[in-house]
Design a protein around this ligand. Structure first.
Ligand SMILES: [Zn+2]
Length: 413
């Protein structure tokens, strides 16, 4: 911190004070307000705070927060402090706050909003950029993902120092990453194909088979991967196989973990050491949290978009464990709920299905169409009361519905 110019020191001090006051006033963890104040005093704050640190940026539509957490854990094997925006404040103010709160940390792992990646890459001169996947986040943003991929590709061409760790199974990610001078390819899988039927290079139809994807017209195809997710195992570059054995559930998290192993390798951390650290991660910003409620176990899963719903279905306990599905349509969720028709809900059949949320009726209509029996309930506690005492309830909710449920279960039962 001693090396920071005076203006940046004033900015971080003021920002830190604002963050503490925000926490005292009970307005969240205060990290964003601290960054906002700091940036107002010193617009170059992010690049000043990033100087002389080794920084990893993590972006993509789904899995950013979890992957950021897993990479932070893995870098812990280096034995030094790792700064991170662990609570997902992923625009410039949140990043400045995360770095300002850990002035001595030589490493930082930062989750970055997709649209901010080019600016943040230039400001932080990040050593590694991690690209997970790219799909529609909300219906009203559907057209943007191709533009985002192009901007990333251009940004990598302006950042020759940076190594990209990218998911080779996502065609749009692969195309964007090819703008980089050095890429580590990871076969991390892609459950959601609906946004990538067209070749990013020439627009023709993409063909898919067990080996991945390929364009019949221009020959653009899945790059050969150095790290491969194979069921519950990872296959490394030497052909060695290791069971992941994560504490976090589900295929999406195994895929995040394989990406994290590839990032750890860039820092010289052996897979065994990285995995040992990653296995200690049990919950990420309240997700996958298990709470007791009225004598039942409640497990919270977040699904922000169509691809996220598929990932959450993977994590469900098998029937007869019941599930509560909760849908809102506030601004952070996207106002339009027509995306419900892009998700196949038949996989939740065969168990008790409860439906809640401000747009629970939209979801009910959708389930009717899929012939999935369900019961409308009046929120989390109503659903819990219909589960047998001692039993388990899985909850899948979209963004603001998830926050509401977290707040409700955070209060005393
Ligand atoms: Zn093509």
């Amino acid at each position: 911190m001693g090396k920071l110019p005076i203006r940046a020191r004033v900015a971080t001090t003021l920002g830190g004070a604002a963050g503490r006051m925000s926490r005292l006033a009970g307005r969240g963890d205060g990290s964003v307000i601290g960054g906002v104040i700091g940036l107002r005093v010193e617009p170059e704050l992010l690049s000043l705070l990033a100087a002389d640190r080794q920084i990893v940026l993590v972006t993509g539509t789904n899995g950013k927060t979890t992957t950021t957490r897993l990479i932070s854990a893995a870098l812990g094997a280096l034995g030094q402090e790792v700064a991170s925006n662990a609570f997902g404040a992923n625009m410039e103010a949140g990043l400045a706050a995360a770095l300002g709160q850990a002035p001595e940390a030589p490493y930082a792992v930062l989750e970055v909003d997709e649209k901010y990646l080019p600016a943040v890459l230039q400001a932080t001169k990040a050593r590694v950029v991690t690209l997970l996947n790219l799909s529609r986040d909300q219906m009203d943003r559907a057209a943007e993902i191709w533009l985002v991929a192009r901007r990333w590709r251009d940004a990598f061409q302006q950042a020759p120092w940076c190594r990209v760790v990218a998911n080779a199974d996502d065609p749009l990610i692969a195309w964007a990453a090819m703008g980089a001078a050095r890429v580590t390819w990871v076969a991390a899988g892609q459950r959601w194909h609906e946004d990538s039927w067209c070749c990013p290079q020439c627009g023709s139809h993409l063909r898919r088979d067990d080996m991945g994807w390929r364009c019949g017209e221009c020959g653009f195809s899945r790059p050969a991967a150095r790290w491969v997710l194979d069921g519950s195992r990872v296959i490394d570059s030497t052909g060695g196989m290791t069971e992941l054995n994560l504490a976090l559930p589900g295929r999406a998290n195994r895929s995040n973990a394989v990406v994290a192993l590839a990032v750890a390798e860039v820092f010289g951390i052996p897979a065994a050491a990285a995995l040992q650290k990653m296995r200690s991660v049990t919950s990420v910003a309240g997700r996958y949290t298990q709470v007791q409620r009225q004598g039942r176990q409640v497990r919270l899963l977040l699904a922000k978009n169509p691809a996220g719903w598929l990932e959450a279905f993977d994590v469900l306990e098998p029937p007869p464990v019941p599930v509560l599905l909760a849908v809102n349509a506030q601004i952070p969720d996207g106002r339009d709920t027509s995306w419900l028709w892009d998700v196949d809900y038949r996989v939740v059949a065969g168990r008790q299905v409860f439906v809640a949320g401000e747009r629970g009726l939209d979801l009910a209509v959708r389930l009717e169409a899929d012939r999935v029996p369900f019961q409308l309930v009046d929120g989390i506690d109503d659903a819990v009361s219909r589960v047998r005492p001692g039993g388990t309830l899985d909850v899948i909710a979209n963004y603001t519905a998830f926050q509401q449920i977290r707040t409700a279960v955070g209060r005393a039962a």
